[in-house]
Design a protein. Structure first.
Lengths: 103, 167
């Protein structure tokens, strides 16, 4: 399993760069992963990220549809926050596993 | 060691030509999946596939209960073709299927189309089929960008990392 230093912390990541252990995550790590993707994080981004982390801890399946119904942001807004990867990039930045959903 | 350069897909163009529940959803799932991956996506609805973008029909699509060898009773027993032909059976089975899809978090067709266009995907209707079924733009979902010819559709399919998928 590859180990990567992100924001000065050694973290275990998958081959695609997703954190293997979501408890190693912090906001500095999120910012650095986001910069790598080309996204500058705003408070709205963090609202989505925190929602994704909560749902992951609750073991709920994540879809762009469920995020769109969360009341934080609609599907269109989600694409604006995370262009070309509404679930893929947001999950990566949130330090949770790569999404397995098809929707 | 020789390293192979990856050439990710840049564009997918889907053609949905059939109007059963499973055919339309196959197109929608693939289209939405492509948009979510950041792939440019065009979907072209033609012939009976037009039901998937026609306001009146799109949220009431049916699955065939006759001539469908994969159809099973709840519990897995084969579904007798004779039964499938009885009035109301196809309707009931189809609404059961839509309910099960809903439980899995699959959106109804109108919402699915909105999700695709929200991410920048585009939906087109085939001019020839629209004329044949005597439909107008008003009969179609608001998510439909335009009614176009097959020639115009092919123009949208340019680029060397483009795939056309026919369902």
């Amino acid at each position: 399993m590859p180990v990567k230093t992100i924001a000065g912390v050694e973290v275990k990541v998958s081959e695609d760069g997703y954190l293997e252990d979501m408890t190693q995550w912090n906001e500095a790590i999120a910012k650095e992963i986001a910069t790598e993707i080309g996204i500058e994080l705003t408070p709205k981004h963090f609202e989505v990220i925190n929602y994704l982390r909560e749902k992951t801890i609750a073991k709920e399946a994540l879809t762009i549809r469920s995020v769109g119904k969360s009341g934080i942001v609609d599907v269109k807004g989600l694409y604006v926050l995370f262009p070309k990867g509404p679930l893929k990039f947001s999950s990566k930045i949130a330090g949770i596993p790569k999404p397995t959903s098809c929707i | 060691m020789e390293k192979k350069e990856k050439k990710p897909l840049e564009k997918v163009c889907l053609i949905c030509a059939k109007g059963s529940l499973e055919d339309v959803y196959a197109s929608l799932v693939m289209a939405n999946g492509a948009v979510m991956e950041g792939i440019e996506t065009n979907v072209f609805f033609t012939f009976f596939g037009l039901d998937g973008i026609t306001k009146k029909a799109m949220n009431h699509l049916h699955t065939a209960t006759t001539g469908n060898p994969a159809m099973r009773m709840p519990g897995g027993l084969p579904f007798p073709t004779m039964l499938g032909g009885l009035p109301g059976v196809e309707s009931a089975v189809s609404s059961m299927m839509r309910k099960q899809m809903d439980e899995l978090g699959m959106p109804p067709v109108d919402e699915f189309l909105e999700m695709i266009t929200a991410g920048g995907g585009t939906i087109y209707a085939c001019k020839l089929a629209v004329d044949m079924f005597k439909l107008t733009k008003e009969d179609l979902s608001d998510e439909v960008t335009d009614i176009i010819t097959i020639g115009e559709f092919y123009e949208l399919c340019d680029g060397d990392r483009t795939q056309i998928i026919f369902t």
